[in-house]
Every structure is written in C-alpha cells, then in structure tokens.
Design a protein around this ligand. Structure first.
Ligand SMILES: CC(C)(COP(=O)(O)OP(=O)(O)OC[C@H]1O[C@@H](n2cnc3c(N)ncnc32)[C@H](O)[C@@H]1OP(=O)(O)O)[C@@H](O)C(=O)NCCC(=O)NCCS
Length: 161
C-alpha cells in the first residue's frame, strides 16, 4: 500500500470509490464541492498496484481559525479493516502537525477516532451544527488551542449533505 497526496488525475477514481463506499453520491459530491470551493487543504489517497483503495479529505474550517476538518474518509469495502483508514489518518495528522495547524476536528464514531487521539471531552466546549457528542478534536498546538473561538463552522459544502 502506498499513501500520497491526491493528484487531479485521481479525481475520477476518487468519485467512483467514495460513491461505492457510501452507497450513494452525496459524499462524492461533497468532495467535489469542497474542491471547487477551494476548501480542501490536503487530499490523500491510498493505492495498491496503481489502484485507488482509500481516500481522505482535510478541509479548512471557517471557524475556528487555523483548524481543519477531517473527512470524509473512504476505504474500498473489500479492504476495510486492514489498516488502510488508519494509515491515511496517521499521514494526514502528521502533515497537519508539520504544517502547524492548531487542531483537527472530526465528526464520526468515537470508538474509531479515539485511537488517533481525537478527544471528545476537549471538543465538548465547542458549539457545532452537528452532534457534539460525535465530534472529536486532535490538538496539534496546545498553546494556541485554548484561545480559539469556541464555535465550529464547517465549509458551506457540508450543509448540503
Ligand atoms: C471507517 C473506515 C474509513 C475505517 O477504515 P479501515 O481501513 O476499515 O479501518 P482500519 O483497518 O484502519 O481500522 C480498523 C479498526 O477500526 C474499527 N472500525 C472500522 N470502522 C469503524 C466504525 N465505523 N466504528 C467503529 N470502529 C470501526 C474496526 O473494528 C477495527 O478495529 P480493531 O483495530 O480494534 O480491530 C472504513 O471502514 C470506511 O471507509 N467505512 C465506510 C465509510 C465511513 O464510514 N467513513 C467514515 C465516516 S466519514
């Protein structure tokens, strides 16, 4: 398996993968809208023998500043549970830390995201348009985290989902 940043030539395969994983087109459309709106900071793919098997998006939040949203994450159904999602998330968090983002927020199953250091308790002091009990935060820069605006605003493409 190989993890790298996505290139424009991957985009058709990304749309096919995301649609296959979620069984509908909404999440693929979200990825396309985020791309069109230039909100994606990092887009990662996992490949095996040139074939796309995984995909992850990190987009810039409207609020708080200098923070990212992780997701959607997609792993080919037949390859789930083999570490592809973990490899994508680790690579994405490492890059975000290297590039000095303050924090990464995720909306999803705490049982899965907990293992990557996403903290539900620390996210609970924020307001969000989505259930806060399913929101985790990975704090990359503790010194600046405490002074963030306590309001999470996702890129507008999320509201169409
Ligand atoms: C969620 C997803 C990205 C995880 O990727 P993956 O490659 O299957 O996960 P990994 O192999 O890295 O990790 C597997 C572990 O995560 C757990 N896991 C996977 N999906 C989970 C979920 N939705 N909730 C809780 N735990 C989950 C597995 O039980 C396994 O646990 P273990 O290591 O204790 O055995 C992938 O299963 C997927 O694409 N699911 C459908 C789309 C989706 O729900 N995306 C996330 C929301 S945007």
């Amino acid at each position: 398996m190989f993890i790298r940043l996505a290139k424009p030539r991957d985009f058709d395969q990304v749309a096919d993968l995301v649609q296959a994983v979620f069984g509908r087109y909404d999440e693929a459309l979200l990825v396309e809208s985020l791309r069109k709106d230039r909100k994606i900071m990092y887009e990662w793919v996992a490949t095996e023998s040139e074939e796309l098997i995984g995909h992850l998006v990190m987009s810039r939040l409207r609020s708080p500043k200098h923070c990212l949203a992780l997701g959607p994450v997609s792993v080919a159904p037949e390859l789930q549970g083999k570490g592809v999602g973990s490899a994508l998330i680790h690579a994405a968090l490492e890059k975000a830390e290297e590039e000095e983002w303050v924090a990464v927020f995720v909306l999803g199953d705490p049982k899965y995201y907990d293992r990557f250091g996403f903290d539900i308790a620390r996210a609970s002091s924020f307001s969000s348009p989505y259930p806060i009990e399913f929101t985790g935060v990975s704090v990359l820069d503790a010194a600046n985290f405490s002074s963030l605006t306590r309001e999470i605003e996702y890129p507008s493409a999320f509201s169409k989902l």
